[in-house]
Design a protein around this ligand. Structure first.
Ligand SMILES: C[S@@+](CC[C@H](N)C(=O)[O-])C[C@H]1O[C@@H](n2cnc3c(N)ncnc32)[C@H](O)[C@@H]1O
Length: 250
């Protein structure tokens, strides 16, 4: 998984998503007076969120199932001259033998898990790895997003002259979709390297996810928009952030 993606993920600027999330999340954490000393980023991809956290003095660890994405993450951390440790593993079944102040999982990584049991196992693993009062923060694409926005073809040329063709299809059940990215990344000799990878995403109603988090033992579950603000009807958004806390009693 993500073997091809790893070759063009950063080049096409997709890691900027995690950079933006960290900037907004750290402002939100400041606003609630939460100062994490340690962070685990699940499905960390090319490591940008962990690197940004480490640059703010947070001890940061990343976990991802793709060796190729982790190689990029290690390269990015070396380039940034910052220490982050990365582990290859499945976010629904992992054991780090320690606890963290905050666990994150961003850029609809949770939607990559096709079985709801795996979503719940990920929530359980996150809870087991949090310190008392620790936070679990993840984003997810909503039913609205996968049913309305994943049924099309886009061709895009970015500022560096790279091309991406994305062909997506929403499946009839309205809760899953697949997208194939065909990327042409410009080389220094003005020729292009071509890559292709397909990703399938699945989603579930937000109420169901919130109910599971409470059932599993999280407290104070809140659903926010991209700016970490409360919204009246989150199912109307394409993406939501879910924040929940491990209480001391657990
Ligand atoms: C869209 S990328 C997001 C990467 C990163 N979080 C970011 O914000 O740029 C999704 C990532 O999820 C990882 N992934 C998918 N399924 C996973 C699983 N079961 N366990 C751990 N990582 C997984 C992929 O390898 C990929 O790096």
């Amino acid at each position: 998984m993500y073997e091809q993606f790893a070759r063009f993920y950063d080049e096409l600027g997709w890691s900027q998503y995690a950079a933006g999330v960290w900037d907004r999340l750290s402002k939100y954490l400041d606003s609630i007076g939460f100062k994490p000393r340690s962070l685990l980023d699940l499905a960390c991809g090319t490591g940008i969120l962990t690197i940004k956290a480490a640059q703010r003095g947070v001890e940061a660890h990343g976990l991802d199932i793709s060796e190729a994405m982790l190689e990029k993450a290690e390269y990015n951390a070396r380039q940034a001259d910052i220490e982050v440790s990365y582990v290859c593993g499945d976010m629904s079944h992992f054991c780090m033998n320690r606890h963290y102040d905050i666990i994150t999982c961003t850029f609809d990584a949770i939607n990559h898990l096709s079985a709801y049991d795996d979503w719940e196992d990920t929530f359980r693993c996150a809870l087991a790895h949090l310190d008392d009062n620790g936070l679990f923060v993840f984003d997810m694409n909503t039913v609205k997003d996968l049913s309305e926005n994943w049924d099309n073809i886009h061709v895009r040329k970015d500022a560096n002259g790279n091309y991406v063709i994305s062909k997506s299809i929403a499946f009839r059940d309205k809760a899953s979709a697949a997208v194939t990215f065909t990327a042409f990344v410009q080389r220094s000799d003005r020729l292009f390297d071509g890559y292709e990878e397909t990703v399938t995403e699945v989603t579930f109603p937000i109420d169901r996810v919130v109910a599971s988090l409470y059932e599993i033992g999280f407290a104070d579950v809140s659903v926010k928009n991209d700016m970490f603000e409360d919204v009246p009807d989150p199912e109307q958004l394409n993406r939501v952030f879910i924040i929940c806390r491990k209480t001391k009693a657990r």
